[in-house]
Design a protein around this ligand. Sequence first.
Ligand SMILES: Nc1ncnc2c1ncn2[C@@H]1O[C@H](COP(=O)(O)OP(=O)(O)OP(=O)(O)O)[C@@H](O)[C@H]1O
Length: 264
Amino acid sequence: MLKVEKITKIFEPGTVSEKVALNQVDLVMNEGDFVTVIGGNGAGKSSLLNAIAGRFEVTSGSIFIDGTDLTRQPEYKRAQWIGRVFQDPMMGTAANMTIEENLSIALRRGKIRTLNWGIGKGEKEVYINHLAQLDLGLETRIKTKVGLLSGGQRQALTLLMATIKKPKLLLLDEHTAALDPSTGRKVLSLTDKLVKENRLTTLMVTHNMKDAIQYGNRIIMMDEGRIIADIPLEKKKNIQVEDLISLFEKTSRSGIANDRLLLA
Ligand SMILES: Nc1ncnc2c1ncn2[C@@H]1O[C@H](COP(=O)(O)OP(=O)(O)OP(=O)(O)O)[C@@H](O)[C@H]1O
């Protein structure tokens, strides 16, 4: 499904601020894989997701989805295959538009817009059914402007918008980190439900090692722009947070001191 071949990203090359954010990263994901990504600050987790989504061009290497080479394709073209949810609940939805207008945009992604762009009754029912799944009472508020929703409600809506067209790949970049713990847990279990129901191939960055263990079928650990461990389902089943910490200590170059990985 996803094949990342030896991608390297160097920011500000040839300057004093030169930074190798990704260093010859290889990653293959099969259809339906739900991979959690952990690693310390600056390990390259977001850069990996950004490289796949086309936020920037990689310095070298290639990215394929279902055999199509996306490496030189702009971000907006890749968006037809890729759904994304970021850490900031303010991103991903339009605050001045209503819930139904936001969903209507998500459903029309990749389609040519025509003048005849009203929201029909049948379509409203589809939205209401999807919203009801979130179990946040949003199905009775489709005319509410999104800017009035709480962070958790907004992030749940963003998740729905990112998955409603069943993208080939779902990228989640610490999408619950800015929420309070209980809302974060709710959005995570909703994520798991949507991923499972739609069999979405998913790459989820998290700083919470318990979440990395609880969700998905595989864990990758990053450090200094490289993947330093790739833990398959069989091993992941019995792994504990302490095992991940000791694996990190053994394999990382940056060391664990003062690292957010520890705080998880
Ligand atoms: N646009 C950019 N310009 C310059 N350097 C960048 C840019 N984006 C990322 N970097 C650098 O690349 C490295 C990897 O950053 P990245 O954001 O991918 O790490 P991360 O693992 O997501 O970290 P964190 O958990 O702290 O968010 C860091 O040193 C970062 O400062």
